[in-house]
Ligand binder design. Structure first.
Ligand SMILES: Nc1ncnc2c1ncn2[C@@H]1O[C@H](COP(=O)(O)OP(=O)(O)OP(=O)(O)O)[C@@H](O)[C@H]1O
Length: 390
C-alpha cells in the first residue's frame, strides 16, 4: 500500500514539475487543477497509471510536456490516450536485446492488415505490425551499424513471404549493399543500383500513377482497394518502391521530385515508399516529402538535432539516447510513438526463406543480360525484369 502511494506520487510529481495543469484565476489568486489519477495497476511487466485531464486543459499541453515523463520514468514508458483519458505504462524490464525473425511466429501477425509492415517488439514482448494502406510511406534513419539494413531486409522478406502475388517491388540500392538478395524473387520487379535505372523506374512510376489515377476517376472510386473490389476489373497490385541511402540522390532534382510526387499522391493509388538514410538529411527531406513520410523509424542518431529531423521537432523522444550497443533498437513514430526492437534476420536465413520463390538464372543468362545492358538495348525494355549492374 505504501509502495502504491509512493508510485502514485511519482506521477503526481511529474504533473507538478511539468506544471501540467489547468489554471483558473479567482480574484488575485490562481488555482491549478492537475490531472486526476483514476486507476493504478501493478502488473508483472509494467505499472499502469490511468489518468484524466482536468476540464479545460488542452491535451496539446500534455504532449508538449511529455519530456517530464521521460525525465521521471526514463525511456521505458508508453503514453496513449484520447484527449481526455490517458494510460501511462512504465515497464519493469527493458526491451529484449534480440528479437529473432522466426517466420512461423511472425507470419500470423501479418494477417490483420491489407499491406502489413513488420515493425518490432515492445517491452511487453508484443509484436507490432502496421498497415501501409492507412500509414503510407516509411522513413528509416540511423547511424551506420545501427540496424537499418537488417530491418529493411526483414520488412521486404516478410512482404515477399506474405503477399508476393499482390505486390510489385522496385528496389533502389544506391549503396550496392543489400538488395541483390531479392533479385529474381517472385514479386520483385527490379533491383536497381544505377541512378540511370532508377530514373527510368521513377519515370515509369509517374506514368503508372497517372494511369491508376485515370482508372479511379473513370470508375468513380477513391482508393485502389475499392477499385479491386469492383466486378470484372483486372486486379491492380500494390507497388512498393524502396530506396536505400536516398540521400545519395540529393542533387537529382528530377528524381527527387517524382519521389515527392509519389509521397503526395501514391497513397490512394497503392504506390508506397520506404526510404532509408544514414543521416537524416534536412535537404533531402525538405518540402512535402518529410510530412508525407507518415511513419518513421529512428535508429541510433548522433544527437538530438538529428533525431528531431527524423522524428519531428517538439517530440520528447530522442534517438541519440539509444546506445551504440543497442543494435536494432529504434523509436517508432506512427499512430503512437514508442521504442521497439527490430527483428534480427541474418542474411543466410533470409536467403533460405526466399529460396523457394527465386527463379533460377544460369550464368549464360546473366552474361547475356550484362551484354544487353552494355549495348543499352535494355533502355528500350518496358520495365525491368533484371536491372542489376554487377
Ligand atoms: N534487429 C537487430 N537485432 C540485433 N542485432 C542487430 C539488429 N539489426 C542489426 N544488428 C546488428 O548490427 C549490425 C549492423 O546492422 P546493419 O547492417 O543493419 O546496420 P546499418 O544501420 O544498415 O549500417 P549501414 O548504414 O552502415 O549500412 C548487424 O550486422 C547485426 O550484427
Amino acid at each position: 500500500m505504501f509502495s502504491e502511494y509512493i508510485k502514485k506520487n511519482r506521477l503526481k510529481n511529474a504533473f507538478r514539475i511539468g506544471d501540467i495543469s489547468y489554471k483558473r484565476k479567482k480574484g488575485s489568486k490562481t488555482f491549478k487543477s492537475y490531472p486526476y489519477i483514476v486507476d493504478y495497476r501493478e502488473r508483472k511487466e509494467a505499472i499502469e497509471y490511468v489518468f484524466k485531464l482536468p476540464q479545460g486543459l488542452n491535451p496539446e499541453e500534455l504532449m508538449k510536456k511529455e519530456y517530464v515523463f521521460r525525465q521521471v520514468f526514463g525511456q521505458k514508458y508508453t503514453l496513449e490516450g484520447d484527449g481526455l483519458v490517458y494510460v501511462l505504462r512504465v515497464f519493469v524490464n527493458d526491451i529484449d536485446q534480440t528479437f529473432d525473425f522466426e517466420w512461423k511466429d511472425i507470419g500470423p501477425y501479418l494477417s490483420n492488415a491489407s499491406f502489413p509492415i513488420l515493425a518490432g517488439k515492445d517491452a511487453l514482448g508484443k509484436v507490432h505490425v502496421y498497415d501501409m494502406v492507412t500509414n503510407p510511406h516509411l522513413l528509416i534513419a540511423g547511424e551506420t551499424g545501427s540496424g537499418k539494413s537488417v530491418t529493411v531486409r526483414a520488412i521486404i522478406t516478410s512482404i515477399l513471404l506474405h503477399m508476393r502475388t499482390r505486390v510489385d517491388l522496385y528496389l533502389g540500392d544506391m549503396k550496392r549493399s543489400e538488395f541483390h538478395l531479392f533479385r529474381n524473387v517472385e514479386g520483385v520487379k527490379a533491383v536497381m543500383t544505377k541512378k540511370s535505372d532508377l530514373l527510368k523506374c521513377l519515370t515509369w512510376l509517374k506514368g503508372e500513377m497517372e494511369r491508376r489515377g485515370d482508372l479511379l476517376d473513370a470508375w468513380e472510386v477513391e482508393h485502389i482497394d475499392e477499385y479491386n473490389k469492383l466486378e470484372g476489373v483486372t486486379f491492380e497490385k500494390y507497388i512498393l518502391l524502396a530506396i536505400d541511402e536516398v540521400a545519395l540522390l540529393k542533387k537529382e532534382k528530377d528524381m527527387m521530385s517524382i519521389v515527392e510526387e509519389i509521397s503526395c499522391i501514391g497513397r490512394a493509388l497503392g504506390v508506397y515508399l520506404i526510404l532509408s538514410m544514414q543521416r537524416p538529411d534536412a535537404k533531402v527531406l525538405e518540402g512535402q516529402l518529410k510530412n508525407n513520410l507518415t511513419v518513421r523509424y529512428a535508429f541510433r542518431h548522433s544527437d538530438k538535432i538529428n533525431s528531431d529531423i527524423t522524428l519531428g521537432r517538439g517530440t520528447p523522444h530522442d534517438a541519440s539516447t539509444i546506445s551504440n550497443s543497442e543494435k536494432g533498437r529504434f523509436i517508432f513514430r506512427g499512430d503512437t510513438t514508442q521504442t521497439l526492437q527490430a527483428p534480427l534476420l541474418e542474411l543466410k536465413v533470409a536467403r533460405k526463406l526466399l529460396e523457394p520463390y527465386k527463379k533460377t538464372v544460369n550464368a549464360k543468362e546473366v552474361n547475356e543480360d550484362l551484354e544487353r545492358e552494355s549495348r543499352e538495348a535494355f533502355m528500350e525494355l518496358p520495365f525491368l525484369e533484371c536491372g542489376d549492374d554487377e
